[in-house]
Structures are given as C-alpha cells and as structure tokens.
Design a protein around this ligand. Structure first.
Ligand code: AMP
Length: 280
C-alpha cells in the first residue's frame, strides 16, 4: 500500500494507472475508519483494479462551533485497517496542500443543500461538494463510493456529478450498523456508555416508522409524531430534525405514496448523530 500526500504526485499516479487500463475505485473519507468505511472499500475492491482512499478532515465543511479540531484522527490505525481491507493507495494531504491559497471557487448544489442537515449546518454541503470536486480532479476515479448513512450528501454528490459532467460512476452503499442497530459513525467515539445506549433511539424510531408504514399508515405527521414520542422518552436525546422526504428532491412529503426517505438528526449529550431509512 502506497501513501501519497501531494496532489501532483497523486494525479501523475492516476494518469499512469489509467494509461495502463486500470479501473480506479475511490472512497473519500475523513479517516477514523470503521466498518462502514470498510464496506465501501471492500465493494470498491471487488469492482475495480485499484482502490484509492482519501483521508482528509476537510476544514471547509465544518461550521463554526463544530468539532473540526477534536474530530478523531489516528492515521496509524487507519493505515492498518485500510491495508487489511485491500486499499492500494491512501491519499493523505495536509490542509495547506488542499487549500494553498484563499479559495474563491465553490460548488453549490442549489436546493438540495437547503433541507435536512443543510438547515442546521449552513455551508456544510458547499464545503463537501467543493472538496469532493477537487478530490475527483486529483484522484481521477472511474467509480466512487459513498454511504447511504449520509443520504443528503450522496444525493448532492450525485447531482453534482450529473450537472458538472464528472466522468465517473457513483455507487451508494447501505448503512452499516452495530449489533444493536446503531449506525456506525466516527463520531460514535464521543459517546459515553450511557449515551451509546441512548443513541439506540435513532434506529429504534426508524423501526417504529417502518412498522407504521408497513401496517398502512400514510400520514407523515402521524409517523413523525410517534417517532418524536419515542425519542423524547429518552432523557439524553434531543431531536434536531425528523422528516419524511421524497428520495430524489428531498422535499417533505405529507402523504407517503411512493419511495420516501425517513431521516433524523438527534443530539445525544453533546454529540450530533444522524440516521435514515428508505421505505418503498
Ligand atoms: P466520513 O469519513 O464520515 O466522511 O465518511 C466517509 C464515507 O463513509 C461517506 O460516504 C459516508 O457516508 C460513509 N459512511 C459513514 N458511516 C457509514 C456507515 N455506517 N455505513 C455505510 N457508510 C458509511
């Protein structure tokens, strides 16, 4: 496994691989790798000749007051996990390499930014779309892998690829959970034992929504209210948002008629967690 820290070197390497006819699979991450990341890496490994993972805690996607400085960073651990999972190259730039001068060009994916997490993290998705566009130009992948865990992010990247004609394929992978149902996240490391237990209300409330939908309930308001009741009963949890939206537009849906996304953000102690479920 090779570690590349310079943009020019990464681009030259990808050009060379492409000339050799190799298919490049790319998994962008912020590190602190867990089984969710590893499922993306394994899929990339099964569908491509070369797997490149980027590890970069991107300052421009953190809103002021968020956890940029305390975000978990452990490159040595990540390196071991990546190697074991079949990664060929880690692209690991420092902030000055990615942002050597004041950035004047940003990617904004219009309306898709506005709802769900976008409402509570202004500027976040602009930071994500911008860094991902830069990474696509640096890594030059044939395929890129994103997790459904960050559904709004995946839809924004999908739309950016379409609108800006990036010549690559996007693969969205299902949410990986622990044995109790908690969606894996690098931020789960912030949780105390008690909070980890409390955090199960996210997946439990999605389960309640699924049961209601499966039994014929179609009114979003009713479903959301039942989810809310469950979360409010958990002392350590505070709902940030709880929404049922159309899968492509991310616009709220009042009556569920076709495939929808049920998405929520909940603050457990000081940690903001998200989860979602697609229902058809
Ligand atoms: P992050 O390092 O948090 O930026 O995540 C990098 C990629 O891994 C993103 O595409 C995430 O959606 C994906 N990811 C994070 N957690 C999970 C999970 N539990 N299951 C599947 N994919 C995930």
């Amino acid at each position: 496994m090779e570690i590349i820290t310079k943009i020019k070197q990464m681009q030259a390497k990808s050009d060379k691989l492409r000339k050799q006819g190799k298919r490049i699979g790319f998994v962008p991450t912020m590190g602190a790798l867990h089984k969710g990341h590893l499922s993306l890496i394994r899929q990339a490994s099964s569908e491509n000749d070369v797997v490149i993972v980027s590890i970069f805690v991107n300052p421009i996607q953190f809103v002021s007051g968020e956890d940029y400085h305390t975000y978990p960073r452990d490159f040595q651990r990540d390196e071991k996990l990546a190697k074991k999972a079949g990664v060929n190259i880690i692209f690991y730039p420092v902030v000055e390499e990615m942002y050597p001068q004041e950035l004047l060009t940003f990617v904004n994916v219009g309306r898709l930014n506005e709802g769900l997490c976008g409402k509570f993290r202004p500027g976040h998705f602009q930071g994500v779309a911008t860094v991902v566009a830069k990474l696509f130009n640096i890594v030059k992948p044939h395929r890129t892998y994103f997790g459904q865990k960050d559904y709004q992010q995946a839809m924004i990247i999908k739309r950016m690829i379409e609108d800006l004609n990036f010549d690559l394929e996007l693969v969205i992978m299902p949410i990986v959970r622990d044995k109790n149902g908690l969606a894996l996240s690098s931020r789960n490391t912030y949780l105390s034992k008690k909070e980890t237990k409390a955090a199960l209300v996210l997946s439990k409330s999605l389960q309640v929504a699924k049961e209601l939908l499966d039994s014929g309930e179609r009114r979003s308001e009713k479903i959301i209210s039942r989810m809310n009741d469950l979360i409010q009963a958990e002392r350590l949890a505070e709902v940030q948002y709880l929404e049922i939206v159309a899968c492509q537009t991310l616009e709220p849906v009042e009556i569920v008629e076709k495939e929808v996304l049920i998405a929520l953000a909940v603050i457990i102690g000081k940690t903001r967690l998200i989860d979602n479920m697609l229902w058809e």
